[in-house]
Design a protein around this ligand. Structure first.
Ligand SMILES: [Zn+2]
Length: 375
């Protein structure tokens, strides 16, 4: 049986490329993980998600524990079989979404009690229950249970929250147990405070994980502050383990994060934007709602090989969005996921060949041109 293993192939500045081997297949890094919140990447068949180039999906523990329930998923053969995706799945711990979505949260040293945003039912999550739920789901990469304060928060609040998360990280490690082929990732916290990030990294190293996430960013601090933190935070984590930046981001966030040493990312942006008529292209954002597209026979991006660009015009994409047809979300989501994976593939090749800086300059120059002129 293949063990969970990370191999670093090349570095270019702080940027890295490599491969994570798992029993369910390899994950090429840097990797972008589409988000399959409720056991589906919305508007996409799993085989279509795979066709865009995704090696791994993310599932949300909070949503799945409430509906359809982790025990039910386990009885039905686990999340992979349930949603028909046989490649790696990473699940978050539920902690972040309890804080952002649940009602009547009550946090104590042991865990958090909350009410479901769906039906008001009462639930409890702790490091131990989060590990159990993620085991029932059959997740390949399990995230330690943590608490993430929204920024801005004062230093004292960030420090005490980070230290609680480190105690929970140790309890997550103990509860995870010995599961060959599966990985547990610890999550660095500490807000934008460099010394707290260092303290957190040290605590995580001491516990020991198969991978390390950078948590507590992309929570409203802005790109400049995030990049400022990423200038040092990844370098505090073990070099020989994957580094995962949670919840990022827009194309230029992703490129900036990889430049600073991040190996994995996830975001709802490409799928969510696809359902609201927003396309991300090499030349920036396109709002397909705009009247300028109504008579435009050209594709979204003439260089893109996705089905939306290969076979449909801007005029058609505009029409189906305005008509509220489901194919609108399907085609734009496909295009967006395809484009995000193309960015990842481009960066992997550039890092391997030691030309990341040139690739990045070209990425920004093409975006700066803006969308093609209206007809
Ligand atoms: Zn396309």
């Amino acid at each position: 049986m293949t063990e969970f293993h990370f191999t670093l192939h090349a570095t270019d500045g702080a940027a890295r490329t490599g491969r994570i081997d798992t029993p369910r297949g390899e994950i090429r890094t840097p990797a972008f993980m589409p988000v399959g919140t409720a056991a589906t990447v919305k508007a996409m068949l799993p085989e279509s998600v795979r066709e865009t180039g995704a090696d791994i999906l993310l599932g949300n523990t909070y949503h799945l524990m409430l509906r359809p329930g982790a025990e039910r998923v386990a009885r039905l053969g686990g999340l992979h079989r349930f949603m028909n995706w046989d490649r790696p799945i990473l699940t978050d711990s539920g902690g972040f979404q309890v804080m952002s979505l649940a009602e009547l949260r009550k946090l104590d040293e042991d865990g958090v009690t909350f009410r479901s945003h769906i039906d008001g039912s009462k639930h409890r999550l702790s490091p131990e229950t989060s590990m159990e739920i993620q085991r029932l789901l059959g997740s390949d990469i399990v995230m330690a249970f943590d608490e993430c304060p929204a920024l801005p928060a004062d230093r004292e609040r960030i420090a005490s929250s980070m230290r609680l998360s480190m105690r929970w990280a140790a309890r997550s490690r103990a509860a995870f147990g010995d599961r060959p082929g599966h990985a547990l990732f610890g999550i660095q916290q500490g807000g934008l405070e460099r010394d707290l990030r260092a303290e957190s990294a040290e605590a995580l190293r001491e516990i020991g994980f198969e991978g390390y996430a950078i948590g507590g960013l992309a929570v409203g601090e802005g790109q400049e502050a995030m990049f400022g933190c990423l200038d040092y935070a990844p370098g505090m984590l073990p070099e020989d383990k994957p580094r995962y930046l949670m919840g990022v981001g827009k194309p230029d966030d992703i490129v900036g994060a990889v430049k600073r040493g991040v190996d994995m990312m996830d975001c709802v942006l490409p799928s969510r934007s696809g359902r609201t008529g927003q396309a991300w292209t090499r030349r920036g954002q396109v709002n397909i709602k705009n009247a300028r597209h109504a008579d435009d026979p050209r594709p979204l991006d003439e260089h893109c090989t996705c089905p939306a660009c290969r076979s449909y015009s801007r005029a058609y994409l505009h029409h189906v969005f305005r008509a509220g047809e489901m194919i609108s979300g399907m085609l734009l989501t496909w295009h967006n996921l395809h484009y995000f994976q193309e960015i990842m593939a481009g960066m992997r090749a550039a890092i391997s060949e030691g030309r990341f800086a040139a690739w990045e300059a070209d990425f920004h120059a093409t975006r700066a041109e803006g969308d093609i002129e209206p007809l």
